[in-house]
Write a protein that binds this ligand. Sequence first.
Ligand code: 2BA
Length: 109
Amino acid sequence: MKLIIAIVQDEDASRLVSKLMNEGYGVTKLATTGGFLRAGNTTLLVGVDDEKFDGAMAVIEKICKSRKQIATAPTSMTGVNGVYSPYPIEVMVGGATVFVLSVDQFIKL
Ligand code: 2BA
């Protein structure tokens, strides 16, 4: 068994959860915050039997889109007075950041 930890954009989360549930996967949805943008994102925990792993990954890949976002982080120190001045940068976020862990035990009590 594998545990998929998928960090996705909020815009994709609802559709992704629905699609995974409809296809018979168990899903836990967590509200999370990206360390760089300091903006909300969504982390899904999906425990899957090995034979269903590829199917789950295919759903994630299909639904999660890459998007450009404008961020004002990080800040820089500028000027003679050392004033902190945020400046806009463009970053490409997602589709999905996925960690895959092998599960030793899956227990429901
Ligand atoms: P954030 O940390 O808010 O990062 C959002 C996007 O900002 C990233 O998209 C990346 O394009 C950019 N970015 C991140 N750190 C950067 C840096 N030091 N300099 C320049 N640009 C930077 P993604 O790579 O698609 O990541 C989306 C979200 O996935 C991240 O949100 C974070 O919540 C999570 N994530 C990504 N890599 C991770 C990792 N190695 N461990 C844990 N979470 C991770």
